[in-house]
Write a protein that binds this ligand. Structure first.
Ligand code: MTE
Ligand code: HPA
Ligand code: MOS
Length: 774
């Protein structure tokens, strides 16, 4: 039987994950004499360092060395785009938690204990904490960007209805279970091996080379797997790779740095929080006639990946909706906080949620169901199908997908039931929402959309595949191995994926933008296909026949009536001096992007999805529970259904966490106070709904992607929107669905209570004024 690409195979490391045998960086057997590094962190949000007395740190038990910026032999820099990211602060600190020095000790605890013994004299400077303040003060890491189409100003004035307001969504900590970690081992002749938990081994190679004055060919980064990355290890693993390598270089011995969870929270960037001001015009049917939005991101103290994050936000303001006349501004506010970075969705979720909030408001303004307004604004198929950035939406399935979900989730009937329930339930209120997703797939930097792979076949018929992508739990290695097995017609058990290694496939892009399988799967397919072609030529020549007629199936290669087991063919091919390995390469076609004009085709295609969430809210405590969620997501022709469903579920719950319980709070002194699971609440098992129905939408990619699949890593995070808008619906019931609840994200119990009292106050005032209430 032909191995179906849709078959659900277990994750390639599942048996190792569950038995505890999977090796993460901290599990790698240590070289004798390994030392441990810990960071000394700034206690001020913005200050000059007047003096740093490190004598107590140096004198602490088991301490071997203390390094500061001046001990870095190469560049003191780890920024991915702009050079404004010092590895160790040099005279100036720009956020509470910024690394100022490294202490290296004989054991992990000694290093950590010593790291808090420095006596630092600061001269405080004014600090900017919020995006709103950054905007007021014109404090930006890069100049503001804007995208205008049509005549938004004029169309706004001509609109029969207007909706104007502000909105805010908080940031989010990646909370990978394995924290940031790097282990550097000096090798002969100035070689440096770094085991690093990173999504971007090549970037780590470059940063380590620059900071330790080496050529790229002297640095080898190896990543077998991460215990989660979620974007947090796209650029920001760099500081730790550099610290480990700098110390290893300085001391000529192996050094490991593993961050404690609190230090990880304090030192590394998160999802950007966004502050929005918007003004939209719409007609009686709720169709948007013009939209203006200004988004201000909290970039933190340095540029990091904020510009492409802002760009993705700009390119997702439309979400699934056609906006004829539109004006979008994005500003990367420079603040005295951690430098915010990639997080699943990469600005896409922040771009799209504001239009969903706007539509939610329009619906209440018109007294209509929000789903009706959503449908009225969806992209069309033949017309109304060009995005504000000039890309034609050619693969739109949002109408069919939403129609299917509306039906299967029983949306209409449940809407009525919930209304009836709320009428008789004074304290507990239910809410329902259906939200759609359209998410652009490809890096919005065109040249990142390339990948390489190596496929080796050994003479026993076993196969090794290596590619430039990294495994962070998302199942990339499993899918790539499936592709290789499929091309060669062999059982998956023959194929083994190996650690990502900068000395194998070179000049790789980050495993990010959900494009890991799209890029590396195609590169591996290309490599395997070359070997297959050599086999086919050999067989066709040997048995006489057409190359095209040679079949590779069930571990057997056949032509007409003759066949040979794959393992025997491999040996024969070797003896006939046929190359049994190949490289492979892929670059995504059709892309073009002008990053200054924000015009072109940044995305190869779009992934679609929709979710219906039903929540119950306690209006006396602000507590919320998700009762049921129905998710329908477009993963194209899935390579591995089980893995894709896992991605959809995980992303949805992570999106829900972002919008409900995950609250980042800095105290007035600029210190992040929610820096551990005790104060920062990610969703747990009991936050998942009892009734969770997840389905993949059948929709082979109309572009020629790997096995016609679609990227699935990030898009379903936006399905979590439905929980937020269901909460808003429940709150609105308190005022008979007539007032738009002033609810920002995350919808914590506190924010829910504030929104309830705000609309209750309005109702009370109105009642008093009209004399309806005595
Ligand atoms: N799934 C797991 N289990 N762990 C992760 O860290 N990261 C997400 C997503 N799914 C992540 C995950 C992010 S941010 C991205 S960009 C993609 O996986 C990256 O992998 P892919 O491109 O191979 O899908
Ligand atoms: N996603 C993740 N990383 C990136 C992107 C993106 O869209 N663009 C540039 N770096
Ligand atoms: Mo994902 S945010 O592109 O690493």
């Amino acid at each position: 039987m032909r191995q179906s690409p849709k078959k659900s195979h277990p994750h390639e490391s599942a048996h190792l994950h569950v038995s505890g045998e999977a090796v993460y960086v901290d599990d790698i057997a240590e070289v004798n004499g390994t030392l441990y590094a810990a960071l000394g962190l700034s206690e001020r949000p913005h200050a000059l360092i007047k003096s740093m007395d490190l004598s107590a740190v140096e004198a602490a038990e088991d301490v071997v060395a203390v390094l500061t910026a001046k001990d870095i032999s190469g560049e003191n820099e780890c920024g991915p785009i702009v050079q404004d990211d010092p590895i160790l602060a040099d005279g100036l600190v720009q956020f509470v938690g910024q690394p100022m020095f490294v202490v290296v000790a004989k054991n992990y605890m000694a290093a950590r204990r010593a790291s808090v013994l420095a006596k630092v004299e600061y001269e405080d400077l004014p600090a900017i904490m919020t995006p709103q303040e950054a905007k007021l003060q014109g404090s930006f890491v890069v100049p503001p960007m804007q995208l205008v189409r049509g005549e938004p100003e004029k169309k706004l004035k001509d609109s029969p209805h207007r909706s104007k307001g502000t909105f805010y969504v908080g940031g989010q900590e990646q909370f990978y279970l394995e924290g940031q970690i790097s282990y550097a081992i000096p090798k002969e002749d100035n070689g440096m091996l770094v085991y690093c938990s990173t999504q971007h081994p090549t970037e780590m190679q470059h940063l380590v080379a620059h900071s330790t004055k080496r050529d790229f060919n002297q640095v080898l980064i190896e990543t077998r797997r991460m215990g989660g990355g979620f974007g947090g290890k796209e650029s920001q693993s760099g500081l730790f790779a550099c610290v480990a390598a700098i110390c290893a270089d300085y001391l000529k011995c192996s050094v490991k740095i593993r961050l404690d969870r609190d230090d990880d929270f304090m030192a590394t960037g998160k999802r950007h929080c966004f502050y929005y001001e918007y003004d939209v015009g719409f007609d009686e049917d709720g169709r948007i006639l013009a939209a203006k939005v200004e988004m201000v991101l909290r970039s933190g103290f340095s540029t990091d990946l904020s510009p492409p994050v802002a760009t993705r936000a700009v390119c997702h303001f439309d979400n699934a909706y056609y906006l004829s006349d539109v004006e979008i501004h994005a500003m990367c506010g420079k603040t005295n906080t951690q430098s915010n970075t990639a997080f699943r969705g990469f600005g896409g979720p922040q771009g799209a949620i504001v239009i969903e909030n706007i539509i939610d408001n329009i619906a209440r303004d018109l007294g209509k169901d929000a789903l009706e307004i959503r449908k009225a604004n969806f992209y069309g198929n033949a017309e109304r199908n060009v995005t504000p950035y000039g890309q034609t939406v050619e693969d739109n399935v949002i109408h069919e997908l939403v129609a299917e979900l509306e039906e299967t989730s029983d949306y209409v009937a449940r809407r009525a039931e919930i209304k009836a329930y709320n009428e008789t339930s004074p304290i507990l209120k239910k809410g329902l929402a259906l939200t759609p997703v359209k998410f652009g797939i490809s890096f919005n930097v065109v040249h990142f959309n390339q990948a390489g792979a190596l496929v080796h076949i050994y003479t026993d018929g076993s196969i090794l595949v290596n590619h430039g992508g990294t495994e962070m739990g998302q199942g990339l290695n499993t899918k790539v191995a499936q592709v290789v097995a499929l091309v060669l017609g062999v059982d998956l058990s023959r194929v083994r994926a190996t650690a990502t290694d900068t000395s194998k496939v070179v000049n790789t892009s980050a495993t990010a933008a959900s494009s890991g399988t799209d890029l590396n799967g195609k590169a591996a397919e290309n490599a395997a296909a070359q070997i297959k072609q050599r086999f086919a030529e050999y067989i066709a020549h040997k048995w006489g026949g057409d190359i095209q007629d040679v079949l590779f199936e069930n571990d057997t290669v056949s032509l007409d009536k003759q066949s040979i087991p794959f393992t025997e063919l491999v040996v024969e091919a070797y003896e006939n001096r046929i190359q049994l390995w190949s490289d492979g390469f892929y670059k995504t076609p059709k892309l073009n992007w002008d990053k200054d004009k924000l015009q072109g085709r940044p995305f190869f295609y779009f992934a679609y999805g929709a979710a219906v969430s039903e929540v119950i809210v306690d209006t006396l405590t602000g507590e919320m529970k998700l009762l049921r969620a129905d998710l329908l997501h477009d993963a194209g022709n899935p390579i591995n259904t089980a893995i894709d469903i896992g991605q959809v579920e995980g992303a949805f719950i992570q999106g829900m966490g972002w919008l409900t319980t995950e609250d980042l709070w800095w105290n007035p002194k600029g210190k992040l106070m929610t820096h551990a699971p005790s104060t920062y609440k990610i969703p747990a098992v009991n936050d998942c709904p009892d009734d969770l129905r997840v389905k993949l939408f059948h929709n082979p990619n109309h572009e020629d992607t790997i096995l016609r699949s679609k990227a699935v890593g990030e898009p379903p995070l936006l399905l979590g929107f439905s929980v937020f808008f269901a909460i808003r619906d429940a709150i609105a019931s308190v005022a008979d669905y007539k007032i738009n609840p002033p609810l920002d994200a995350p919808a914590t119990p506190e924010n829910i209570m504030n929104a309830i009292s705000a609309i209750t106050d309005i109702v009370d005032d109105t009642d008093t004024n009209s004399g309806a209430k005595s």
